[in-house]
Ligand binder design. Structure first.
Ligand code: GUN
Length: 292
């Protein structure tokens, strides 16, 4: 039976360190500032944004939230981002995605000052990560959190290990592959057009699932002893809990996979809590950088 990697506990460790260092910065007259921008009323996004703002306050940050109506124009959103770029009290800017269809997401992301881009989505930060310039990059929060969990099991150096990342999104799959490569793993990125995915997955010492398809990765896809990182958060019907009830599952069939894996992240309580913790860590890093 696999070790269960406790994302909640590791996230609490990260947040505890952030709190301590925030207190140190305060002695130098600096308070990390995080601005979170949400456009429209998507219920899932509202839940995420509220927890980001709550965590920021808990860390002792200056936390501001801008909730804009769905019909906000692209130009108005650009103007807000430029205002936040120029605000010395703000060290991190996060524009919650997805944005309404009439707004060009790429334009908004590229408007954010790369040195306040705590999501790590700006081309400059993507380029820093892709060239291994990890000291200056902001790394996207979900893959950064996944790496920290992996580190607990495998250490920092993944030399000689093979990693298969299922999913090629800009937010998770691609940055995850770059981080694994920077840690010396031998990396394969798989996706919906990959042939014989189960056989490929079964070669992985480190298997990362980031596809957004409930329980797609079955137990027999897992190499015995592998470390399995499940990035998926999927809500599925749970009639056993009662009429209309739902439950959260990952991209991995947990009950099957844990019988073969050496270590595995659960859903919920795995990668999810890490994402917000890493956002706090990135914002603190940004404040330290500007404090010199
Ligand atoms: N929507 C889903 N995940 C994320 C994220 O990590 N950052 C932002 N900005 N939006 C998201």
């Amino acid at each position: 039976m696999a070790d269960i990697i406790d994302g909640k506990a590791i996230a609490e460790d990260v947040v505890a360190k952030v709190k301590t260092q925030t207190a140190t910065l305060a002695e130098h007259g600096v308070t990390p500032g995080l601005a979170v921008v949400i456009v429209g009323e998507d219920p899932a996004s509202q839940v995420y944004v509220a927890s980001k703002s709550r965590r920021a306050k808990e860390c002792g940050f200056h936390s501001v939230q801008h909730s804009l109506p769905a019909e906000t124009s692209e130009d108005a959103l650009v103007a807000l981002v430029e205002e936040l770029n120029a605000d010395p009290a703000i060290h991190g800017i996060l524009v919650q995605l997805p944005l309404p269809g009439h707004i060009d997401e790429a334009r908004i992301i590229q408007t954010i000052d790369p040195d306040k881009d705590v999501d790590g989505f700006h081309f400059i930060n993507v380029g820093r990560l892709g060239t291994g310039a990890l000291d200056s990059a902001f790394v996207p929060c979900t893959p950064a959190g996944a790496m920290l969990m992996l580190e607990r099991v495998r250490g920092r150096d993944l030399s000689g290990l093979s990693a298969v990342v299922i999913g090629r999104s800009n937010i998770v799959g691609k940055p995850m592959a770059n981080l694994l490569l920077a840690a010396n793993a031998t990396v394969t990125v798989a996706h919906s057009r990959t042939k014989d995915l189960p056989a490929l997955a079964a070669t992985a010492d480190i298997l990362v699932a980031a596809v957004g398809r409930p329980e797609m990765v079955r137990g027999d896809w897992v190499k015995p002893g592998a470390t399995v990182i499940d990035v998926g958060i999927n809500r599925i019907p749970a009639p056993e809990k009662g009429e209309g009830k739902t439950r959260l599952v990952g991209d991995v069939a947990f009950a099957e996979a844990k019988e073969r894996a050496g270590a595995i992240t659960p859903v919920p309580g795995g990668v999810g809590p890490m994402t917000i913790a890493m956002l706090m860590a990135n914002t603190l890093t940004s404040a330290f950088r500007t404090a010199g």
